[in-house]
Structures are given as C-alpha cells and as structure tokens.
Design a protein. Structure first.
Length: 273
C-alpha cells in the first residue's frame, strides 16, 4: 500500500521540526500537463476535509517558525518542500516508467534550486563549481524528462508491480528527507549545500535503481543508468570535500588548543619565577 499524502505531511512535519520547522507542501502547479488526464491511482485516499485540516495545521506552524530561520535555511526548506510535493505526485503513478520520470523531474528541479541557493550564499570555489555543473547537467535531463512525459501519460489502472514500486519509492523518500533535513541545517553555507546535496544525490541513485528493477521503457532505463554513473562521481566528490573540510576544522581546533596550552604553560613558568 502506497504512503498517503496525509502521512507524508505528518512525517515531514515531525522530522523537520526536530531541526527547523514544519513546512507546508504546496499544491501541484506542475507545468507539464501531459499526464494530467490520467491521475495516479493509489491505495489510500484522504478525505478532502482531512487534507485541508492537515494543510491548515502545517501552515500555522510554518508561519510561526519561518521567522526564526536564517535566510539560507528558509530557502532550502521551501525548496525541499516543493521538491517533496512534486516527487510524491510522481511516485503515486501506476506505470513504473512514468512514475520514475515524473518523480525524477521533481527531484532534478530540486537539485537545480539547491544549486542556485549555493551560488547565492556559498563562497567555496569547489562547491560553487559543483553547483554550476549540477545546474547544467540536470537541466539537460529535465528537458529529456519533460519531452518523454509529454507522450507517455500514466496508466489508468495499477500494474502487477505498481504496489511494490510505490513501496520502494516510499522507503527511499524516508531516508532522503531525514538526511537532507540534517544536512541543510548546517550553519556553514558551503557545508549545508554539500551535506544536503549528498543525500539528494544518493536518493537519485536509489530512485534510478528502482527504475532499473521495475521499469521497462528503454529510454528511461538508459537515463536511470546515466544518473547512477554521473551522480556516483559527484557523491564521491562531495564525500571527499566534506571529509577534508572536517579534517581542516579538527586541525584548527587542535592548533588552537595547543597554542592555548602553550600560553598557559608559559604563564605558569613566569609566575613561578
């Protein structure tokens, strides 16, 4: 059984509140109308009144909490909310190939938004360069996905592997959201980008692997493999950057402690003499 929108709202609110605040998912304003004629069929349906109540509750929390955020955290949080909302629409589709394309479209748009936030706030040249590369590469794939979706609407009825596919995506989203929330909360802009984009890329690889397991369309399977190959390299790059940055921080702390200890020792000797 696929995870309902109401459950996603609750899970997102709880996990985000641990660090920053709950965020109100936006309505679907997708600009690709090709699959609007065949909406996804899911196993859980929320009563409209329940959904409205959930949205009003989250909106109330959001208006109070956003005022306490830094500008960069507010930008990342809004970007994550838009990405999450669009991905969940795609992951509710019946056809595995269309579900992958729609969900990955939202995922890629989220990556581009995050990269633009890095260019706005970040100063590290390597991370700024990576952000530029992400925008260029994922915009190409966004165009591919939009073109493919224009001629591949979702199926009206679930397929034999629809439920398994949806459950796999739901599990991958669980990990993606939690790790990204932790990452974007880092107070250092370049580190928040690296720590937020890292699980974002790992999530893309997981989604691509799900597509290779359940999808049959050759173009989407090839795109999934391309995503795995390309983002694995960027994952390694970010992991190394984070490790180096943490090591540099540790070294500076040790140097400060050593200097302090030496000063204290010198002062003790002067006092004794």
């Amino acid at each position: 059984m696929f995870v309902s929108r109401r459950w996603i709202l609750l899970a997102t609110s709880v996990s985000t509140a641990l660090i920053l605040s709950a965020c109100q998912p936006t309505k679907d304003n997708d600009d690709t109308d090709s699959n609007a004629a065949t909406p996804p069929v899911t196993d859980i349906a929320d009563a409209p009144n329940d959904v409205d109540a959930d949205n009003e509750l989250v909106a109330g929390e959001n208006s109070a909490d956003e005022s306490q955020m830094t500008d960069i955290l507010r930008d990342y949080t809004r970007s994550m909310t838009r990405m999450h909302d669009e991905m969940m629409i795609g992951m509710g589709y019946n056809d595995p190939d269309t579900a992958f394309a729609k969900a990955m479209l939202g995922h890629h748009r989220g990556a581009v938004e995050m990269a633009k936030i890095q260019l706005k706030y970040g100063t590290d040249e390597e991370m700024r360069q990576l952000a530029q590369e992400i925008i260029a590469a994922q915009q190409v794939e966004i165009d591919i996905l939009n073109k493919w979706l224009a001629s591949h609407p979702d199926t009206a009825k679930p397929k034999p592997n629809t439920e398994a596919m949806q459950q796999a995506y739901a599990r991958s989203m669980d990990v993606l959201n939690g790790e990204m929330v932790l990452g974007i909360a880092d107070p250092v802009p370049d580190m928040s980008f690296a720590r937020g984009m890292l699980p974002h890329h790992i999530g893309a690889v997981e989604m691509a692997n799900i597509q290779l397991k359940y999808g049959t369309d050759e173009e989407m399977r090839q795109l999934a493999q391309d995503i795995i190959d390309g983002q694995q390299m960027e994952i390694a790059r970010m992991q190394q950057w984070i490790a180096d940055a943490n090591a540099n921080t540790d070294n500076k702390v040790e140097e400060t402690q050593s200097t302090s200890e030496a000063d204290n020792h010198q002062q003790s000797e002067q006092a004794a003499s």
